[in-house]
Design a protein around this ligand. Structure first.
Ligand code: SF4
Length: 347
């Protein structure tokens, strides 16, 4: 299996089918520090747009993948932070349009859309999904904790300007947190803003995966469903509640556990075996640890994951899945949380 540095997957996704991820940003480099972020806290918020990873190498990898495999439904700019911080992110869309018939997706928090150069690059995508979880500067501050120089109104104006030019599909994801932005009158304000962006689809999400802050609590499926009709078009609940499982999640967890039953593996072994990004592997390992289906054992500098027999299943040990020396290049070893990679419902 090819070893790629900047692309991962394709990952099965309910809304995007098989989606190949492209990660242009070092772990948790973002303009915001959302309380619900599944990647943990943003160590340092930034507005600095630059070539965080060499675009030439990213396009080489994409070219190789298109030649050797090329089977996916979408190619998605997503990953470990805000992709529009990469100064050349639009080149990925241009490259894919030129070299394949695959559709491209940009997952973004939309905070930099006040910049004409960001809007211009984003126009190249087939689908742009923007997250929107606030309705004014104050709610933006407490829910998304933006860089101090970001102005909510300015970003929304930029997103409106973008919508007027953009010919592709615009999706909006609204992330609701109990007690922060979830009372119907506040959700109605978010819905009014969303309507101005003339979205093709609206997705409602909540903190069903471990969030950056312990005080963040999810809304029940029923609460979320009761808010769908406040939106135009009506929103769709995309939060993956535990009892729903998710076919792709169960399939991936089963494949990983079946491998761990045969031999203990590090998180790095799993990423190589399944062609996953480390954060994606961490998500599945974290879930299996919480269910007590696997346990972590340290051997020298490495952490190995081992399938547990039924009688051995115990409480979830807090282990850093990125603590092998190799894996730590992809995710900071200082965090104890199990990282998750954004692909679909991560903002
Ligand atoms: S949820 Fe998205 S926008 Fe918010 S901090 Fe995490 S990566 Fe940044």
């Amino acid at each position: 299996m090819e070893k790629y540095k900047y692309i991962f997957g394709p990952v099965p996704s309910r809304r995007l089918g098989r989606s190949l991820g492209v990660d242009l940003i070092p772990y948790k480099t973002c303009t915001q520090d959302c309380v619900f972020c599944q990647l943990g806290r943003t160590p340092e918020k930034t507005l600095a747009r630059r070539e965080y990873v060499p675009m030439g190498e990213v396009l080489d990898e994409l070219g190789q993948w298109l030649k050797k495999d090329g089977k996916a439904d979408h190619i998605t700019l997503s990953g470990s932070g805000e992709p529009t911080l990469h100064s050349r992110f639009g080149e990925v869309f241009r490259f894919v349009r030129k070299n394949s018939t695959l559709e491209t997706v940009l997952l973004t928090n939309g905070s930099l859309f006040y910049l004409p150069e960001v809007r211009k690059e984003a126009l190249q995508a087939h689908i742009v999904k923007i997250s929107l979880s606030a309705w004014d500067q104050a709610s933006y501050r407490w829910v998304n904790r933006p860089h101090p120089d970001l102005n909510f109104k300015q970003s929304i104006e930029g997103q409106k300007a973008f919508r007027n030019e953009f010919k592709g599909e615009m999706w909006i994801e609204v992330f609701l947190v109990a007690g922060m932005n979830s009372i119907p009158s506040d959700v109605a304000k978010i819905a009014s803003l969303a309507e101005l962006l003339k979205p093709d689809r609206i997705h409602l999400n909540t903190a069903v995966r471990p969030p950056a802050e312990n005080f963040v609590a999810p809304l029940s499926r029923e609460r979320l469903a009761s808010l769908c009709n406040l939106f135009r078009p009506p929103a769709e609940v995309i939060a993956g509640y535990k009892d729903q499982g998710g076919l792709e999640t169960r399939a991936n967890e089963e494949a990983i556990i079946s491998m761990l039953r045969r031999r203990p593996c590090t998180a790095g072994d799993i990423t190589r075996a399944f062609g996953m990004h480390l954060n994606e592997a961490s998500k599945y390992l974290g879930s299996l640890l919480r269910q007590g289906q696997i346990r972590a054992e340290r051997a020298g500098d490495s952490v190995y994951f081992v399938a547990t027999m039924k009688e051995q299943r115990g409480p979830y040990p807090r282990v850093n899945t990125a603590s092998t020396s190799e894996d730590s290049k992809a995710e900071p070893p200082t965090t104890n949380r199990v990282g998750t990679r954004r692909l679909e419902n991560e903002r």
